[in-house]
Design a protein around this ligand. Structure first.
Ligand code: NAD
Ligand code: FES
Length: 301
């Protein structure tokens, strides 16, 4: 069992839980994630380790409440506990050894970019973070990132910082030259747009992918993505990949696979229907183990 030590609402949809996990707090590296199961009957949810405190023995999980399982998770209060946490999983971020890195975080993806910025800062890389949200209340992790370097905040409606998407600010920073690498985490259209900006300039770009994950061990095939024409499993080969080589169309399609199921599951939870989701024509997860339960899309992979 992993006790919840602290809970903080970061924006209307996103909650930070600091949970007890001493071993993971000691060995986790930037880019790695855990799979949590709140209770015996709960879905397995992949979440990036947004921060860790090895002295207190805790890790920070940032959760966007998008479906039934994530809503149950964010309802946890200090003193309650998560049944199990598996990890750290995934390959650590490939951090550049020196120079100037730009970390781009879109919405809840900003929490995923935070440990990457921490890792870069720790090795002396100059970090500029560009973070965005729909409006002021949706911007997260600004204070934490300011401790690591310059931060440019963007909001879609201009209610805080620069008006517009993060890619507008990124275009300006790239135009100034001297950027050695870009790390981008956020919605798929954002990562695609970042890659489109950096590709013609030949600036190395790493994106963190959030496909549906089930086992997190490379066995089920649920997290299959295409990178440079090759099939990869995000849980063991990633979750970070060369942003210039990712097939974003396929990723977007696969993320939509269980959306209808999720909506139905949410409706059942809200109406306390005991039959569970009753869709009859759900598509099967290609390559997934037949017994595997459809998972909700990874929130913070
Ligand atoms: P959002 O839709 O509110 O967007 C956040 C910011 O991303 C915007 O303010 C904007 O600056 C930028 N952005 C969005 N669309 C863009 C576009 N077309 N071009 C350029 N910039 C764009 O984000 P949200 O609701 O916080 O995030 C939800 C999405 O992020 C979900 O789809 C979720 O699955 C995904 N996500 C991805 C990861 C990952 O590891 N890649 C992690 C967490 C969440
Ligand atoms: Fe990656 Fe199952 S979640 S193979």
């Amino acid at each position: 069992m992993h006790a919840v030590l602290a809970r903080r609402q970061l924006n209307p949809d996103v909650t930070r839980l600091d949970v007890e996990a001493p071993r993971i707090a000691q060995i986790r590296q930037p880019g790695q994630f855990v799979i949590v199961r709140r209770a015996e009957t709960s879905e397995r949810i992949p979440l990036t380790i947004a921060d860790a405190d090895p002295v207190r023995g805790s890790i920070a999980l940032v959760i966007q409440a998008v479906g039934k399982s994530t809503r149950e998770l964010v309802a946890l209060q200090p003193g309650e506990a998560i049944l199990d946490i598996a990890g750290p999983l995934g390959r650590p971020t490939e951090l550049i050894p020196s120079g100037h890195a730009v970390c781009v975080g879109g919405g809840v993806g900003t929490a995923v970019v935070h440990p990457i910025a921490q890792g870069l800062h720790a090795r002396g890389v100059r970090v500029t973070s560009i973070i965005g949200g729909r409006s002021r209340e949706w911007v997260i992790f600004e204070e934490e990132l300011r401790r690591l370097g310059a931060v440019i905040v963007c909001t879609d409606d201009g209610s805080y910082g620069r008006k517009g998407f993060v890619t507008v600010a990124l275009g300006d920073v790239l135009a100034g030259g001297g950027v050695d690498a870009v790390y981008a985490v956020g919605p798929v259209p954002m990562m695609r747009a970042v890659a489109a900006l950096t590709r013609p300039l030949g600036v190395r770009t790493i994106v963190s992918l959030n496909p549906i994950m089930i086992d997190g061990t490379g066995m089920c095939g649920g997290c299959r993505v295409s990178v440079g024409g090759e099939m990869k499993f995000a849980c063991v080969d990633g979750p970070e990949f060369d942003g210039h080589r990712v097939d974003y169309d396929e990723l977007q399609d696969r993320l939509a696979t269980y959306r209808q199921y999720e909506l139905e599951a949410l409706r059942c939870a809200e109406t306390q229907c005991r039959l569970g989701p009753h869709l009859t024509n759900l598509p099967a997860a290609e390559g997934a183990h037949s017994a595997a339960k459809p998972a909700e899309p990874a929130v913070v992979p």
